[in-house]
Design a protein around this ligand. Structure first.
Ligand code: AMP
Length: 361
């Protein structure tokens, strides 16, 4: 079993640049409040401009008293410095001086998907259907989406990496809503040989964490697939993974969605009301079908990321076009007709059925 390393590797094994603290203090004018971008589980993030190159970057200052700070720091630097993909936030460098640990990333100007989905601002438009699909699946013109980043971690990296903390606040957006996965602090080097899992302390984020992982602490690639399903559900429904403002089972997006998945007539109730009915019926249906498969209780019933990427490629080819697609309203005659047309096709969403993802494409 391979686990993430506990001690810092030789410095020449880093692809990332080593910065001095003075350089990063300069870049952020001593971590000025107005450059503050946000705060995650491991520390505060500031916008900065590197002296010399003028490059704009995001600088994460890891909490000193976190206990796990140093270990997470090493994991993140190691993982990210080996990972190069258009859908992963690029790690530019790091700083380890005294007890200070900082990471320097490419700056993602549009912030996190979480903000766009759940934080309303007067200056910001509601994400339309095509943009939502572009974020998760790609734009079709050579711009891939968040799913491709996960595919890279699972299938292309050697050794493969389980992300472990996939959620909307870890999907950051660049120009043109180009999505990239960030925050590899929890990433776990995957099982090697014929092992199927790595055992870990259960970490990650409530609401996104697969039930099997929460129960057993056995982390598999299918734990990430569950989290991906939750993210896809959030994108389609506009609900939060966990919403403390609601009561009972409605608090959890998965508990809310499960009974609705059993009844096709209820699919329209799942579309984000903020979309105001502007989405392609088939697209909604297929996105929900993919999400439903990902959040199945049984990890071996969940699809692999490569199959999800294929299904999503098909999904993005069906763009919403207001000239072709009528505005949907729950229960309207038109809606039920289009739904019927779709339901006559081969896929079915009953939970626990033996549906294959390939049937969707
Ligand atoms: P994190 O600790 O990575 O979860 O980051 C906390 C918050 O800081 C994120 O939700 C973003 O709003 C912001 N942030 C983190 N990394 C970047 C980045 N590379 N570019 C722009 N904003 C970022």
């Amino acid at each position: 079993r391979r686990t993430a390393p506990d001690s810092a590797p030789e410095s020449d094994s880093f692809k990332a640049r080593k910065f001095t603290l003075a350089e990063l203090v300069d870049a952020t004018e001593n971590f000025k409040a107005e450059y503050f971008l946000g705060e995650g589980g491991f520390g505060k993030v500031y916008k900065g401009r590197l002296q010399g190159t003028g490059e704009v970057v995001a600088i994460k200052q890891l909490d000193r008293n976190g206990g796990q700070g140093i270990r997470e720091f090493v994991v993140e630097v190691l993982t990210l410095s080996n990972a190069e993909h258009p859908n992963l936030v690029k790690l530019i460098g790091y700083c380890a001086e005294g007890d200070q640990r900082l990471l320097v990333y490419e700056y993602m100007p549009l912030g996190s998907l979480e903000d766009h989905l759940h934080v309303r601002r007067a200056s910001r438009k509601v994400l339309d259907w095509n943009t939502r699909m572009k974020i998760v699946a790609g734009g079709g013109e050579g711009v891939a989406g968040a799913a491709k980043g996960l595919e890279y971690l699972h299938n292309k990296m050697k050794p493969p990496v389980i992300y472990r903390d996939l959620k909307c606040s870890n999907i950051l957006l660049g120009e043109g809503y180009h999505a990239k996965l960030s925050d590899f602090g929890l990433a776990k080097v995957g099982p090697s040989g014929d092992q199927t899992h790595v055992s870990t302390r259960v970490m990650g984020t409530y609401g996104y964490c697969a039930p099997d992982y929460a129960l057993t602490g056995q982390l598999t690639f299918k734990s990430d697939i569950y989290s991906f399903g939750v993210v896809l559900l959030e994108i389609v429904t506009g609900r939060r993974a966990i919403d403390n403002r609601r009561t009972g089972p409605e608090q959890s997006i998965v508990e809310w969605a499960k009974p609705l998945f059993k009844d096709r007539k209820k699919f329209f109730q799942m579309a984000d009301p903020a979309l105001e009915g502007q989405y392609p019926v088939r697209g909604l249906y297929q996105a929900l079908a993919i999400a439903a498969m990902c959040i199945q209780e049984q990890p071996n019933m969940r699809p692999q990321i490569a199959d999800i990427v294929n299904a999503l490629n098909y999904l993005v080819s069906q763009k919403y076009d207001p000239k072709i697609h009528p505005i949907q309203s729950p229960g309207s005659v038109h809606s039920s007709r289009s739904l019927k047309r779709d339901s006559e096709e081969k896929f079915d969403l009953g939970f626990g059925n033996e549906e294959k993802l390939e049937d969707l494409v």
